[in-house]
Write a protein that binds this ligand. Structure first.
Ligand SMILES: [Zn+2]
Length: 576
C-alpha cells in the first residue's frame, strides 16, 4: 500500500485536475466485481459477461493498474446528463395515457392488461398484446418484448412503445406488419420496473437501477447513502437478479448493493407478473432490452457445458446481432453468458422454454442519450428487434398434440431427441390447442412426445428446411393391462414396468433417457408406504431391479416411480 501512495504522489501533480472517469476492465470471476465495489470503485455497469465498467479517478486508475488490471475505454464521466430528464422521455403517467389511448383507438388489434403492480408503490405493470382478434387467445405463436427492468435503462420502454405505435399505425398498410399481427401474438411489457423508472424521471436519481422496495422499512423511499450516484448504495432489489434460476449464485446478497438479488427468488411483484405471463403464454422467443454496450447476450454455458439448443441460440444471436446497427454503423456483437444467475434470459430459456435474448442498446457508456436522439434510436432498435418475428417463420417444427381417440388437445411433453438436458425444464404443448413449437436450424430431427396415460411416441426423420415443418402428433391412451403384466404410465423419456413376479421376487424394469434422481416406492391400497424399492441417482438407460417382497402379504399394491420431472405408477397384485 505504501508503494501505491508514493506512486500516486509522484504522478498526481502531473495531472491538471483530478478527473472522474469511466473505464472498462476484464474480470474472470464475478467475485472480483464485488471486491472492486468493496474497495470503493463505482460499478457503472456489469451486464457484459467478463467485463465491468468502473467509475474512478486518477488515483483509482493507478490502483487498478497496480492490481494488474488493464483499464480500457477511458472516458470522462458524462457531465451532460441533466438531473431533469429530457421531456422526450416518457414518464409513467405518459406511458399509461398513451397505452390506454391506443387500446381505445385500436380495440381489435390490441389488448391492454394490467398484469399486477410494482412491489413498493401501486403502479400498474402494463402488458400490451398486439394481434388480429387481440381479445381472443388464438392458436398462434407468441413472442415477447420486455423493456426497462433497470430504472435508468429507459430506452427499453421507449423502443417497445415505438414498436407498439408503429405496428398499430401500419396494420393494413405495411404488408409485413399486417402479416405478423395476423399470424402471431406479440406481447410487450414496456416498463417492468415502474418504481425504479420513476426515480429516474422524477429527478430523485437519474441512475436508479433497482426497484423501490423499502428494505429496512423505515418509511424512507429511494434511500441511498453517499453523495454521488456512482458511490451510492441504494435500497431496492435488482429485478434482473431476482428470477428463480440459480438465483443464489447471481447478484449480491447485500441489500444495499447495486445488484442485490432479493431475499428469495421471485420475491418481487414485478417478476411474479412476468413469470405468470410466461407460463400463460408459452412464448417461443423474446427480447429483454437493457443498456448499454451494443451487444446481444444469450443463454448459456455452464462452465463451458453448452445449452442443448446452443446451435439455434447461436444462430439467432448472430441474426439479431446483424439486425441491430451500431451508432457508428456495423453489427452488434453477440455472446453467450455463463448461465448461473437469476437473470431474465436464463430463466426464460431454462424454465419457460423460450429462446430469450438480452439486447444492450446504446454505445458505451450511455444509459440515457439526449432526448432529441430518441426518435432515430427507437426506430433503429425496432428494426433490429423485428428479426425475431422474421425468425418465427422457421426453420423449426410446430404442430399439435391430440388424443388419438377423442381428438382433444393434450398438454403433452414434446422434446427433440438430443436436445434434452437436466438444465432445461421439460417442454410441454400448451393446453388450449395442444400447440408445440421449437425453433431449430435446418436438419433432420426425431421428435418424442408423451404424457401420463398415453403411449410415448418417437417420430424420426422429421426434415426441417428453412420453414416451419408442420407435425401433427396423436397419442394413444394406454389400455388397461391384466394384473401383474405390463402396467405402466410413461412420460416421455421415463418409464417403469413390473416385468415379472415369481414367489417373493418382483422384477422392475426402469427406463431413463437421461440421468435423474429417482424414487421407486410401493404403497398399500390405503396409500401407506410399505416398501422403498430404490432411491437415488441413476444413469440414463435401462435398469433391472429385483425387490424381495417376502415381507409383504398377499394383496393389491401400487408402485410410484418419480424423478425430477416425471411420475409413473402401476398396480401389483401379490398372490402367495
Ligand atoms: Zn440492465
Amino acid at each position: 500500500m505504501k508503494k501505491l501512495i508514493i506512486l500516486a504522489l509522484l504522478v498526481l501533480p502531473l495531472i491538471c485536475r483530478a478527473e472522474t472517469m469511466i473505464g472498462r476492465v476484464a474480470v474472470t470471476d464475478p467475485a472480483e466485481i464485488t471486491e472492486l465495489s468493496r474497495m470503493g470503485f463505482g460499478i457503472y455497469n456489469d451486464e457484459l459477461p467478463g467485463l465491468v465498467d468502473l467509475v474512478f479517478d486518477e488515483a483509482g486508475l493507478l490502483v487498478l493498474k497496480e492490481m494488474g488490471y488493464v483499464p480500457t475505454n477511458l472516458t470522462p464521466l458524462p457531465q451532460s446528463f441533466s438531473i431533469d430528464i429530457d421531456p422526450e422521455y416518457h414518464t409513467y403517467e405518459e406511458l399509461t395515457d398513451e397505452l390506454q389511448a391506443l387500446a381505445a383507438q385500436y380495440p381489435d388489434l390490441c389488448r391492454l392488461d394490467s398484469i399486477g403492480h410494482a412491489t413498493q408503490f401501486p403502479r400498474t405493470i402494463w402488458c400490451m398484446k398486439l394481434s388480429d382478434n387481440a381479445a381472443v387467445e388464438e392458436d398462434e405463436l407468441s413472442l415477447f418484448y420486455l423493456g426497462t427492468h433497470h430504472g435508468s435503462e429507459a430506452l427499453g420502454l421507449e423502443t417497445t412503445l415505438y414498436m407498439i405505435n408503429n405496428f398499430l399505425e401500419n396494420y393494413g398498410i405495411d404488408p409485413q406488419i399486417t402479416q405478423w399481427m395476423n399470424d402471431y401474438e406479440i406481447f410487450f411489457v414496456p416498463l417492468v420496473n415502474p418504481d425504479g423508472h420513476y426515480a429516474v424521471t422524477s429527478g430523485i436519481n437519474e441512475f436508479w437501477r433497482k426497484n423501490a422496495r423499502d428494505i429496512n422499512q423505515n418509511g424512507i423511499y429511494y434511500e441511498f447513502t453517499g453523495g454521488t450516484w456512482w458511490t451510492d448504495d441504494t435500497e431496492g432489489i435488482d429485478l434482473n437478479r431476482n428470477y428463480n434460476w440459480y438465483w443464489n449464485l447471481g447478484g449480491s446478497s447485500d441489500p444495499w448493493a447495486y445488484n442485490y438479488r432479493g431475499a428469495s427468488p421471485f420475491s418481487e411483484n414485478e417478476l411474479q407478473c412476468i413469470r405468470n405471463l410466461a407460463f400463460a403464454q408459452r412464448f417461443v422467443c423474446g427480447i429483454s432490452f437493457h443498456s448499454y454496450g451494443e451487444v446481444i447476450i444469450y443463454p448459456w454455458t455452464f462452465n463451458l457445458e453448452q445449452a442443448p439448443d446452443q446451435d439455434v441460440l447461436d444462430a439467432i444471436g448472430l441474426g439479431l446481432a446483424e439486425a441491430f446497427i451500431k451508432d457508428n454503423g456495423g453489427s452488434y456483437s453477440h455472446q453467450i453468458e455463463n448461465g448461473k444467475n437469476g437473470q431474465c434470459r436464463n430463466w426464460f430459456y431454462g424454465f419457460a422454454g423460450a429462446l430469450a435474448y438480452c439486447v444492450e442498446v446504446n454505445p458505451y457508456p450511455i444509459f440515457l442519450p439526449p432526448g432529441h436522439e430518441l426518435a432515430e434510436r427507437t426506430e433503429r432498435y425496432a428494426e433490429g428487434a423485428v428479426y425475431l418475428l422474421e425468425r418465427l417463420a422457421g426453420p423449426g417444427i410446430t404442430g399439435h398434440v391430440t388424443d388419438a381417440t377423442t381428438g382433444l388437445p393434450l398438454p403433452a411433453r414434446v422434446e427433440i431427441q438430443g436436445r434434452i438436458s437436466d438444465q432445461v425444464r421439460p417442454r410441454f404443448a400448451e393446453p388450449q390447442y395442444g400447440r408445440f413449437t421449437r425453433l431449430l436450424n435446418n436438419g433432420t430431427y426425431t421428435v418424442l412426445a408423451g404424457m401420463r396415460g398415453y403411449q410415448t411416441v418417437r417420430i424420426p426423420n422429421i426434415a426441417v428446411n428453412d420453414s416451419m415443418t408442420e407435425l401433427e402428433i396423436q397419442l394413444t391412451p394406454v389400455v388397461a393391462h391384466s394384473d401383474n403384466e405390463i402396467s405402466q404410465d410413461i412420460v416421455a423419456g421415463a418409464g417403469v414396468r413390473v416385468t415379472q413376479i415369481s414367489g417373493n421376487s418382483i422384477n422392475f424394469t426402469l427406463e431413463l433417457v437421461r440421468p435423474s434422481e429417482v424414487d421407486l416406492t410401493i404403497y398399500n391400497v390405503m396409500g401407506r408406504e410399505v416398501a422403498k424399492v430404490s432411491e437415488g441417482y441413476r444413469s440414463a438407460g435401462m435398469h433391472q431391479l429385483t425387490y424381495n417382497a417376502s415381507g409383504l402379504a398377499s394383496g393389491v399394491y401400487v408402485y410410484l416411480f418419480q424423478g425430477s420431472d416425471f411420475t409413473a405408477s402401476g398396480k401389483i397384485v401379490l398372490m402367495k
